[in-house]
Design a protein around this ligand. Structure first.
Ligand code: CMX
Length: 134
């Protein structure tokens, strides 16, 4: 397995609109999509920076992954997502190499991507996501 590029960097923020203003007005990027992912209890905003995207994540439920992250660690980089050919295949390969998975099989994430997470305890403290278009 080898990722083709960093698909996106997920950043946990307390207030999506305030964070969008920073990325637009200071960095000059354009928010091209806003999406709520109910399953993950987040509202997201996307910006393109070359081939990579920035995904801002605002919690919509304190018991969700991002709600708990902000409560415990504050705002900041939440995960790194690698673009793979096939998320399910990559998850299986990582598991075979002894990595602890959060998702055994892919699920649907923002932008209709097939996504799956590796546990940060197994990846040197960085929550790692694989994603692909099937
Ligand atoms: N990055 C690094 N470490 C993290 C982390 C993150 N994003 N989130 C939690 N952790 C650490 C915690 O600090 C904790 O470490 P310690 O034991 O040293 O304190 C450990 O992982 C376990 O954390 P926890 O709070 O007990 O467990 P959670 O119930 O919060 O679960 C995790 C953590 C990673 C399994 C969970 O957040 C998860 O399943 N994440 C995947 C899904 C997700 O993140 N969805 C949101 C984004 C969706 C999208 O991009 O659309």
């Amino acid at each position: 397995m080898r990722p083709s590029h960093i698909e996106h960097i997920g950043i946990a923020v307390s207030n999506l609109e305030e964070a969008i203003r920073y990325y637009e007005q200071v960095l000059g990027l354009e928010c091209y999509a806003l999406e709520e992912v109910k399953d993950q209890k987040v509202r997201t905003a996307f910006f393109r920076v070359g081939e990579t995207k920035i995904e801002l994540l605002e919690s919509t439920g304190a018991d969700g992954a991002v709600g708990k992250f902000i409560e415990k660690r504050g705002q900041g980089v939440h995960h790194i997502a690698f673009a793979m050919d096939d998320t399910d295949k990559a998850l299986k390969e990582a598991e075979a190499k002894g990595v602890q998975l959060i998702d055994k099989t892919s699920r649907k994430g923002a932008e209709g991507l097939d996504i799956g997470f590796l546990h940060p305890k197994s990846t040197f403290g960085v929550l790692t996501e694989f994603c692909s278009h099937k």
